[in-house]
Design a protein around this ligand. Structure first.
Ligand SMILES: *[C@@H]1O[C@H](CO)[C@@H](O)[C@H](O)[C@H]1NC(C)=O
Ligand SMILES: *[C@@H]1O[C@H](CO)[C@@H](O)[C@H](O)[C@H]1NC(C)=O
Length: 274
């Protein structure tokens, strides 16, 4: 089942910025980007260890309790990706003062339908320098089997089976990049620059992007990830890419200024610059 709620945890967001956007959607969804993203953002080798039962990071605890689930049913895993090297899990280390090479912590409810390995694989495909801005991953079941996700304080909650939906993981990572300070314009979504660039486009990528400026930016992070990582860029699958150019291009420019978050290929976007 497709995720229909993939947003931010509500209370963070000032009212004016949660207004719906009135630009029309370019496509009915971003599923058409899935195949290329999975192909060119390949799996990353990893290993994991289960924490001693009874230990859980406090953010995982909060998110579990907020979902009315029992903390006693959540297992915590530390996940080490081999591409991390000397780079830093920024969000994690800033907040908890851990060492630079610390693994990610993944909290998983024992009734979550998605196997642990699926979640580790999918998150590993998010380019490492973007992944660094994500704190913890929390995978929980939903009583009505409804697939959804949200980002709270840099943590990503995934409900039910995410089922190899890499666009969803990149979308949620996009919220972390935006709101935790990855971009020179920080937060990008509330910056004058973003709003000026947004004003130049005739469309937003899809109906979910219309929810508000935060969700639009997160969906455009998916478009930018495709454009940067899949050979030929977004133009290969999206003939109307010019209608959202200023949005996804702004994300690419900000990522470049911040040192580049794309995959190994780096930017293939030069042809689109104006
Ligand atoms: C959790 O339970 C409370 C009280 O019954 C309810 O108001 C709230 O909506 C529930 N939250 C979720 C995410 O189910
Ligand atoms: C949710 O999925 C589980 C496992 O497939 C199934 O047993 C259960 O009946 C489903 N619940 C609902 C409310 O559809």
């Amino acid at each position: 089942m497709r995720a229909t709620f993939i947003g931010l945890a509500g209370s963070l967001v000032p009212l004016a910025l949660t207004q719906r956007l009135d630009k029309p959607p370019l496509e009915t969804g971003l599923d058409y980007l899935q195949k290329g993203l999975l192909e060119y953002l390949g799996p990353v080798k990893s290993s994991y260890k289960k924490w001693t039962p009874g230990w859980i990071p406090s953010d995982c605890k909060t998110m579990t309790v907020n979902a009315n689930l029992s903390v006693a049913h959540v297992e915590t895993f530390s996940v080490q990706y081999e591409d991390v090297g000397t780079s830093v899990n920024v969000a994690f280390s800033e907040i908890s003062n851990q060492c630079p090479n610390d693994p990610w912590l993944l909290c998983r409810h024992i009734d979550s339908p998605d196997p642990l390995e699926n979640m580790i694989d999918l998150f590993g495909r998010v380019p490492v320098r973007a992944r660094q801005w994500v704190r913890h991953i929390v995978n929980l079941p939903d009583p009505t089997n409804f697939t959804s996700a949200y980002n709270w304080a840099g943590n990503i909650a995934m409900f039910e089976s995410i089922n190899r939906d890499l666009t969803l993981f990149i979308h949620e990572t996009g919220h972390s990049l935006d709101l935790l300070g990855a971009y020179p314009d920080n937060p990008l979504s509330t910056s004058r620059h973003w709003h000026a660039q947004y004003a130049k486009d005739s469309h937003v990528p899809d109906p979910y992007s219309q929810s508000n400026i935060y969700e639009d930016l997160a969906q455009n992070t998916v478009v930018a990830a495709y454009d940067l990582n899949v050979p030929g860029g977004i133009g290969v699958v999206e003939p109307k890419w010019r209608d959202v150019l200023h949005q996804f291009d702004t994300i690419e420019v900000e990522q470049r200024k911040a040192g580049g978050f794309a995959g190994e290929r780096g930017s293939v976007h030069e042809a689109f610059e104006q």
